[in-house]
Design a binder for this molecule. Structure first.
Ligand code: HEM
Length: 493
């Protein structure tokens, strides 16, 4: 037989049109739900074609781990983002650069800065900020969103740069960081910039007509560079009061990167408060929807922590149900439903199929988290799926540390996963300890049960979060007294 017929087939997938492929079948919103339909129809590995580009979807924990974890030397590249990664982030964004030497060096630096001992020295930041959050909610529950924003920014900027956040709107850094993050996320969106479809546009001289996009991009890039450099300087100045990831790096030169690279590593990492915010809102939504889960976690917290002190990080081991609840929030509504795409650096073969070199490989986290063999009744919110019959934590075959895959896979696995998980744990435990999250009532006094439909979540460039819903925060015993001594830095200016 000829070479052609011996060539293995691509994984199955929807048929599509010549040239266009499946692009017309992919909705512009919530496209992970369409991908999920295809994965159910064609199996946990399937092919989608977009304008001639091969996209491989991975839709079960087993398949994703087999390829992205176990064959990470092939599956750890990224697709090329000319605008976001090359122009805006000047090839120094850890999450979007290709899988070469720089990626390895940057990740090594991040691991050095966030190793367990360092992370535990930052717990006081998370504990302090959780209390400030409670104080703000008691005072002004309708500012919930800004208070969560402030909390997530404060934990990240505190850990990365030793920088304390004052009032969110007036803070020197927090707002600029959100702005920069939104701009970056927006420019990653498929089709946002023509140069990502036709890369040679990047070679046209700047003064040429039609090159405004690039002049704009370079202006934004400069703003980001200034922001990251300012933060690096702030970190150095803060070192004596609050050592941080960055200040430790500049003091000891132990991460093996230049100051400029360090500023970019820290700056681009600090664009992540949005993901933490999205998980926090999903948590509030789930607690409003499932009061019995909330009660059960509160019973555990009251038994272990009591009512006369704040929860703290050292309580964690003794709160297995609450720990399982944190995992279930991450599983149930993954805020990054399609993670960040990977790409292959060479051709591969799996289950009799051919995975081409240069293919985009998407871990369909939504589908992975709805795999019924691993997570039975996936639409039910059941923390106990992460506990054995004696209530001891139990994770899954393919995710032995966290039990879920919200933080991705392989050499691209989120290096902030443990830090993020700690911040989320602190946030959820403090909130449950301090408040009963209750349903709002309509004019007739009927409880409003918020929708948890997948379509009731946002679907833009940013992390997928619940669309606005209403609930009430009812203060629990003993909280008011303890909050009196808590200083809220946002009341300073
Ligand atoms: C709830 C919060 C967070 C979620 C859900 C999240 C999720 C993710 C996901 C899905 C990826 C891509 C994984 C893959 O390609 O397989 C990723 C990458 C990354 N995350 Fe996170 N993340 C969060 C918070 C953080 C935090 C707090 C940091 C910083 C300390 C961070 C730093 C990074 C970096 C640097 C990458 C790029 C890794 C690479 O491409 O090598 N993330 N994250």
């Amino acid at each position: 037989s000829s070479l052609r017929t011996r060539k293995r087939p691509l994984p199955p997938g929807p048929k599509g049109l010549p040239v266009l492929g499946n692009i017309l079948e992919i909705p512009s919103n919530h496209y992970w739900l369409k991908f999920d339909e295809w994965i159910r129809e064609f199996g946990p590995i399937c092919t989608v074609n977009v304008l001639g580009k091969t996209i491989i979807l991975l839709g079960s924990p087993k398949v994703a781990a087999d390829l992205l974890d176990r064959r990470s030397s092939i599956y750890s590249d990224r697709p090329r983002w000319v605008f976001a990664s090359e122009i805006l982030a000047r090839d120094m964004h850890t999450g979007t650069i290709g899988s070469g030497e720089r990626h390895r060096v940057f990740r090594r630096a991040i691991h050095a800065g966030l190793q367990p001992k360092a992370l535990s020295s930052y717990h006081p930041i998370g504990e302090r900020e959780s209390r400030v959050f409670l104080k703000q909610i008691v005072k002004c529950p309708e500012n919930f969103k800004t208070s969560v924003k402030r909390f997530t920014s404060a934990v990240i900027l505190g850990t990365m740069f030793g920088q304390e956040i004052t009032k969110f709107e007036k803070d020197r850094f927090a707002k600029r960081m959100f702005h920069s993050a939104a701009r970056f996320a927006g420019s990653l969106a498929p089709g946002a910039f023509m140069v990502d479809i036709i890369p040679w546009l990047n070679n046209i001289p700047l003064w040429f007509p039609g090159m405004k996009w690039k002049r704009e991009g370079l202006k934004w890039a400069e703003e980001d560079r200034v922001l990251y450099t300012d933060l690096l300087e702030a970190a150095k100045a803060n070192h004596g009061i609050q050592p941080s990831f960055i200040s430790e790096g500049t003091m000891n030169e132990r991460y093996g990167v230049s100051d400029e690279e360090l500023a970019y590593i820290g700056g681009t990492i600090s664009q992540t408060p949005d993901t933490l915010m999205a998980v926090s809102s999903s948590f509030i939504l789930a607690m409003t929807k499932w009061p019995e889960v909330q009660r059960r976690a509160q019973e555990e917290i009251d038994r272990v922590v009591g009512r006369i002190r704040f929860p703290a990080f050292f309580d964690r081991e003794q709160l297995p149900y609450t720990g399982a609840l944190v995992k279930e929030v991450c599983r149930w509504r993954p805020v990054a439903p399609l993670s960040v795409p990977h790409a292959t650096t060479q051709e591969d073969e799996y289950m009799g199929y051919r995975i081409p070199k240069g293919a985009t490989v998407i871990s369909a986290i939504w589908s992975i988290h709805h795999d019924e063999d691993v997570y039975p009744e996936p639409e039910e919110f059941k923390p106990e799926r992460f506990l054995d019959k004696d209530g001891v934590p139990r994770n899954t075959e393919e995710s032995r540390v966290l039990g879920h895959h919200l933080y991705g896979f392989g050499r691209r696995l989120c290096p902030g996963a443990i830090m993020a998980d700690h911040a989320l744990w602190l946030f959820m435990v403090h909130t449950l300890w301090a408040f009963n999250i209750a349903r709002s009532q309509d004019e007739k006094g009927q409880e409003i049960i918020p929708s948890v439909d997948p379509l009731s979540f946002s679907s833009g460039g940013e992390a997928s979060h619940p669309l606005p819903f209403s609930c009430r925060f009812l203060l629990r015993d003993g909280v008011q007294e303890l909050l009196e001594d808590i200083h809220d830095p946002s009341t300073l200016n």
